[in-house]
Design a protein around this ligand. Structure first.
Ligand SMILES: [Zn+2]
Length: 500
């Protein structure tokens, strides 16, 4: 009895000593001095002359010359220090393309989930915005080591609309996210008895979102695709009420929409950001529309100050799912763990490819099928590229968001998908400088966090990347990240690779 009491007591004492030591360690985080580095930062970025940057307690403490000593120093002569990249359109839940749950896949899934945050960081992303997140999931994600810090938007939906419809007539009301479901006056008879109208008004759902720490409100204008078509969409009146409540709570409203009709809905309802490029010109509009209408819409978006995320990689990613050589890309090996790459090539892992292939005439071989999908995607890709170029020409606000993943597609894997979206931006004629600012200071503003991230400036979080070449000269500079600095902790890029 006494013995066990003693051992319990001594264990208690040693635990307190340990926690005291840990607390001290947390306060005295390692300081880091990056010497002789050229800084690239801001809305009109240029590479600076050589500077020293001192990092302490996860923040940038000083920028200057001959800044003295630190616990650790990196000599960065000839290298470039930039803010960590921000992707303002991701979906963090789940492993892309994996559905259901088979006990024999447990280890592979664990490896995949452990790698996904590291893959974002490997490709330079230190902050991500989950557009359909939830407070607990995000808190859990942020407790993982070596990944980007995540924030979330609350998904505010209507019954039977996109994406609630995927959960079924009853299931849609039983989800945790159904706390953000709106009462839709256009569908008065679809609710279960337990559904309290007052708790699902625009005012109520926006207030819950704010209370739970959401950074933004996500809404949807989507009449459907694939097996789900002619879905109900919210009325302009209902959406205006959501926008008004969100404005009161200082939450921007992000609208899912990729059609001309959705873009017109954005203009009518006054949302802040369209989270997709425009690639469907015919869906939901009268057949007599013409292309000058798109020019007009571009003008109106600029006037209304509505931002657009082109998300061109969404279409490429779908197309690449049928590329037989996809896994041979060496970049892919850094993003996706080997065990998952193997699974994706099994019968079970190919389900989405088969579903996608079903939309095309039977092909003689995989290469021919890949040609077919590339041909089919030509028109929407041309449209979204033209619209993005039009918006750029008019000085519209373009936000960088990759939509990773936009569906169950391994071809849009965390981190690498954002890197590919960079290439897509440049293909529309956007400059390296515009791309750079959109991924850093621009997205920091979109998240209302420009006082904290998105610049290399004193007092801001030390979320930084050290590159071997100048990102204003060649996009491949983003493939030459040497160090990823996460809240002041410098991690060698190679250690974040899935091959490690
Ligand atoms: Zn999305």
């Amino acid at each position: 009895m006494r013995h066990s009491f003693m051992s319990t007591k001594s264990r208690f004492v040693s635990l307190s000593v340990l926690s005291l030591l840990m607390a001290t360690a947390a306060v005295q985080a390692e300081s880091l001095l990056i010497r002789n580095v050229s800084i690239v930062s801001g809305d009109n970025p240029q590479a600076s002359t050589a500077q020293d940057v001192l990092i302490n307690n996860g923040k940038i403490q000083a920028i200057g010359t001959r800044l003295g000593q630190a616990d650790r120093q990196i000599d960065a002569r000839g290298k470039y220090l930039i803010p960590g990249l921000i992707d303002s359109h991701v979906h963090l839940d789940g492993v892309p393309g994996y559905k259901g749950h088979d006990a024999k896949d447990e280890l592979m899934l664990q490896q995949a989930k452990a790698q996904m945050p590291r893959s974002y960081a490997y490709f330079g992303f230190t902050t991500v915005l989950d557009l359909t997140g939830d407070a607990n999931f995000i808190a859990n994600w942020n407790s993982l080591p070596l990944g980007p810090k995540a924030y979330f938007c609350a998904p505010v939906v209507i019954p039977n609309g996109y994406p609630a419809v995927f959960f079924g007539k009853e299931g849609q009301f039983q989800l945790k996210g159904s706390q953000f479901m709106l009462y839709d006056p256009a569908q008065p008879d679809v609710y279960p008895a337990s559904f309290n109208k007052e708790e699902h008004s625009p005012e109520a759902v926006v207030a819950i979102a704010k209370q739970q720490g959401a950074r933004c409100i996500k809404v949807f204008y989507e009449t459907g695709f694939g097996a789900q078509r002619n879905l109900p969409v919210p009325s302009v009146t209902l959406m205006k009420a959501v926008v008004a409540q969100a404005k009161q709570q200082s939450l921007p409203v992000f609208l899912h929409g990729n059609s001309q009709a959705a873009y017109e809905f954005a203009l009518d309802s006054g949302v802040n950001t369209l989270v997709h490029g425009l690639w469907h010109t015919h869906k939901g509009v009268e057949p007599q529309h013409n292309h000058s209408k798109l020019d007009q819409i571009a003008d109106q978006l600029v006037k209304a100050g509505i931002a657009v995320q082109p998300t061109i990689q969404v279409l490429y990613g779908e197309q690449e799912l049928l590329n037989p050589a996809f896994f041979q890309n060496p970049q892919v090996q850094h993003a996706i763990p080997q065990s998952l790459i193997q699974w994706y090539q099994t019968e079970a892992g190919q389900w989405m490819n088969k579903e996608l292939a079903g939309n095309f005439a039977p092909a003689q071989n995989p290469a021919q099928l890949y040609q077919q999908i590339k041909q089919a995607y030509q028109h929407p890709l041309n449209t979204v590229k033209k619209m993005t170029a039009d918006l750029k020409q008019r000085g519209a606000l373009l936000q960088f968001g990759s939509d990773t993943p936009s569906g169950p597609f391994y071809s849009q894997f965390p981190g690498i998908n954002g890197r590919w979206e960079m290439d897509r931006w440049l293909e529309t004629g956007l400059s390296l400088s515009q791309l750079f600012s959109a991924m850093t200071s621009g997205n920091a503003k979109a998240l209302g966090m420009d006082h904290q991230i998105g610049l290399v400036a004193v007092g801001l979080d030390a979320d930084l990347l050290l590159l071997n070449s100048n990102p204003l000269q060649d996009v491949r500079a983003y493939d030459e990240i040497e160090w990823v600095i996460l809240k002041g902790k410098a991690v060698e890029r190679s250690l974040l690779s899935a091959t490690q």
